[in-house]
Design a binder for this molecule. Sequence first.
Ligand code: SF4
Ligand code: SF4
Length: 176
Amino acid sequence: MLRARELLLDVTPLRGDCGKICGRACCEVSDPDAGMILFPGEETLFTGYKLVKMTGVSDGEWPLWRCDGTCERRDRPLACRVAPLTPTIRNGAVSVEMDRRCAFCCPLVEFGVSALSEDFVESVRAAAFILAEDPACRAFVENQTKHLDMVCDILLSSIISPERPAPDERPPFEPD
Ligand code: SF4
Ligand code: SF4
């Protein structure tokens, strides 16, 4: 985990400061219950965190660290260092992808991974493989991947109206 943190110390999603295009939206603290989830072992680096339960995915409890919207780069949690990407593990395959849970605040999400700095993406990918070597971090990433998929399923079902017919139930298109 420390190696992954070190690898991501200086890289940023864009070559410039992406915070200038969104007003540092991901650091805005409007929800008193919001915070950055900590990777296993990271809690030893922070004080004042609380435990949150990741309901709907597993019975696991994870530390959540609340910042006040400012931090020194060297202090940032891993979750902030990889954003708007997230490491994923599905069926044993390690990867990185856009964290679609950030879609409501991060304008970069809709542009996809290829819009981000190559150095950044490769560093997050390398960090993902480092994290996957550690059993606790691997289990955490697997759990977070399930959470990501669950949230995306919920978001998708909320924008598809139940009244709207499925594509194969719609009447065939008939030109005038
Ligand atoms: S919300 Fe996205 S674009 Fe804005 S600072 Fe965070 S990562 Fe950068
Ligand atoms: S820890 Fe730093 S980078 Fe992360 S949300 Fe807080 S202010 Fe932003």
